[in-house]
Structure formats: structure tokens, C-alpha cells
Design a protein. Structure first.
Length: 152
């Protein structure tokens, strides 16, 4: 039995662990990984996947995804262009959140989508005071904030 066990354990170093050699070499496919979605389409696809999460999906009491919130976030993505990569997530209440980060400018923003096209925006820019505001995503104050962060 022990010899069969040793045959299945291969490690990349020559050290011995018990009676098995100490080197596991993962076997990777020879071709590159091809992403099915990129950019905005990837973010939309992730929101569609998040839409299926039930209550307590994190085992810490998070609410199920709010479908109207996700639909609003997807509509927002479709209506805008982004100067920086965007990510999709949910907050603990199940509302859709778009995160935008620019490492080269040391900036971060998130947009949380509530009912009725209401959003809450948080923006942090290096060496400046963080800004948070709430309103309709087409309000002038919020649109100006988006513009400063490269959301058009």
C-alpha cells in the first residue's frame, strides 16, 4: 500500500517527507487561458452570476442579491465608458456595487446601486479628502464626480 501512495506523491524538491518525496509539480495545460469575457462584458457577466446568490451566501448573514439593483448597475455599465477597470460585487444588503481602481493614480471609487436609480458614491483620491454622496446617478453633482474619475 505504501508504494502506491509514494507513486501518487511527486514533489518538486528533493527533500523527503516521511517516505514520500517532497515535491508536487502541478500539471498545467500547454495552451494559454482564454477569458470568455473582458472589460464591461466581464462585469455584466459577473453581476448576472451574483444575481443568483441566496440569503446568507457568505455564511455571515449577507442578503440575497437585489435584482433591481443589479439591473440598474448593468444599465449604468451599458450607458457609460470607463477610463479604469471596473469590478462587480455586492454589499451585505445585496445591493450591486461597481468598484473602480486606478493604481497608477492611487485612486479608488465605488458606486452602490439602490432602488429607483439611486446611487451612493465613494471616491478616494491620493492626497485629497474622500468624497461620499448619494442621489440619482444622473444628478449633476454625481455626474461631475464620475467625470473626475473617468466615468463618461
Amino acid at each position: 500500500m505504501e508504494s502506491n501512495f509514494n507513486e501518487f506523491l511527486t514533489f518538486s524538491s528533493s527533500e523527503k517527507v516521511g517516505t514520500a518525496s517532497a515535491a508536487v509539480t502541478p500539471r498545467l495545460p500547454s495552451r494559454n487561458v482564454l477569458r470568455l469575457h473582458q472589460g464591461k462584458e466581464h462585469t455584466r457577466a459577473r453581476f448576472r452570476m451574483l444575481r443568483r446568490l441566496p440569503d446568507n451566501h457568505d455564511n455571515d448573514g449577507a442578503k440575497a442579491a437585489n435584482r433591481d439593483s443589479i439591473d440598474s448597475a448593468i444599465a449604468f455599465i451599458d450607458a457609460h465608458s470607463f477610463a479604469h477597470p471596473i469590478l462587480a460585487t455586492l454589499d451585505d444588503e445585496g445591493f450591486a456595487v461597481i468598484e473602480i481602481e486606478s493604481a497608477d493614480r492611487n485612486t479608488f471609487a465605488d458606486i452602490t446601486f439602490f432602488d429607483g436609480d439611486q446611487v451612493e458614491c465613494y471616491v478616494r483620491i491620493a492626497n485629497a479628502e474622500s468624497v461620499m454622496c448619494r442621489g440619482h446617478w444622473q444628478d449633476a453633482k454625481i455626474s461631475d464626480l464620475f467625470e473626475k474619475f473617468g466615468v463618461r
